[in-house]
Design a protein around this ligand. Structure first.
Ligand code: ATP
Ligand code: MG
Length: 346
């Protein structure tokens, strides 16, 4: 469908990250709940183009372990929608003709014939879709049980059987992104893995938000723990295995309730943390408290890059933490978890 800002009814705030704010909205014409992420950026043509390119990729990504992308609207600094529409067949400068965006997924000013300029949009320029926007609203699938960081706060830790199912979904999502679209996620962490009451686990925040989030090293270290692999910190070749490292750290955090390298609130702490990630032996789980399968699996994820398996290799291990619970179906288990969370809310 064609997304317009005025069709989105704000319901509540879902959270705030470094790159922007996420709101639960109702898309009134379709009666569909959505999560709307607002990201502001520099008003510049290059950034705009990059975002358009990435939105187009998002539009082609469809997998049961990836958050569905519904569409995007460019806005100007006043927060006013610049939603003169672009049809998939638009032929403006910034959109390649052959790579059509189905469903009018991306709205922005353009040179299309049927543009409707909102009366309240003073900054509109018909010349160029990039120049007058410095923000974008990205509408995506709403996940009603929220992200794993929130879930962890509620539960304190997650049982191994849940972690096993979650990890399978995460790795399948990563493998899909990489093998079908050559995309690395680059920002795997609990807040970017979400659950819904259908018992589905899905990845968010690759592509556009990743580009905007991780432009500079500095940005990456504001506020939160870092899930970055040693090789990425050192500026080495970054591969799909960097995402596997992040999965390993996330597993330690979700099973123990604590980020393995501890908190880093002071500026000194950040440098210290980076140094420790690069120089120290990787963290591991205590074997007295967790199954050997989980401990072995985490150890594999946190190996140095050349010895670290890919997501597909991990999924294909004949006997592992992932196969340990193969007789229990993922859907019912995770639905059970979602019901537990719903009860906690009350
Ligand atoms: P960072 O900015 O470091 O990536 P973050 O992931 O927490 O941190 P956002 O991506 O802006 O920041 O998300 C903010 C919060 O909104 C998340 O923690 C999550 O709980 C919630 N959220 C994000 N996307 C959705 C979604 N599709 N459905 C439901 N809740 C969501
Ligand atoms: Mg996020």
């Amino acid at each position: 469908f064609h997304l317009r800002q005025q069709d989105l009814l704000t319901l509540k705030s879902l959270g705030e990250g470094q790159s922007g704010t996420v709101t639960k909205v109702l898309h009134v014409p379709s009666n569909k709940l959505m999560a709307k992420k607002q990201i502001m950026f520099e008003k510049n043509f290059k950034v705009q183009n990059q975002i358009l390119r990435e939105l187009k990729i998002l539009n082609e990504v469809h997998h049961s372990s990836i958050i569905e992308f519904y569409g995007a609207v460019f806005i100007d600094s006043a927060g006013i929608s610049d939603d003169t529409e672009t049809n998939g067949s638009s032929n403006n400068d910034t959109t390649e003709k052959e790579s059509r965006i189905p469903n009018d997924a991306v709205s922005h000013s353009s040179s299309s014939d049927d543009k409707k300029i909102p009366s309240n949009n003073t900054n509109y320029s018909s010349e160029n879709s990039g120049v007058n926007s410095n923000g974008v609203l990205i509408c995506m699938e709403y996940m009603d049980c929220g992200s794993l960081d929130h879930i962890l706060k509620k539960l304190g830790f997650l049982k191994e059987v849940y972690l096993s199912k979650i990890t399978i979904n995460v790795l399948q999502g990563l493998n899909y992104l990489y093998s079908n679209h050559k995309i690395l996620h680059r920002d795997i962490k609990p807040s970017n893995v979400l659950l819904n009451s259908r018992g589905e686990i899905k990845l968010a925040d690759f592509g556009v938000s990743r580009e905007l989030n991780n432009n500079s090293i500095a940005d990456t270290f504001v506020g939160t723990s870092t899930y970055m692999s040693p090789e990425r910190i050192q500026g080495d070749v970054y591969s799909i295995k960097g995402d596997v490292w992040s999965v390993g750290l996330m597993l330690i955090e979700l099973s123990t309730g604590e980020f393995p390298f501890g908190k880093k609130d002071t500026p000194n702490g950040i440098l210290d943390l980076l140094q420790r990630i690069v120089n120290e032996d990787p963290p591991s789980l205590p074997r007295t408290k967790f199954s050997n399968e989980l401990c072995d699996f985490v150890d594999l994820c946190l190996k140095r890059q050349n010895e670290r398996p890919t997501p597909l290799e991990l999924l294909d291990l004949p006997r592992s933490f992932l196969t340990k619970y193969q007789n229990e179906e993922s859907g019912p288990l995770l639905r059970h978890l979602s019901r537990k969370l719903k009860k906690l809310k009350k």
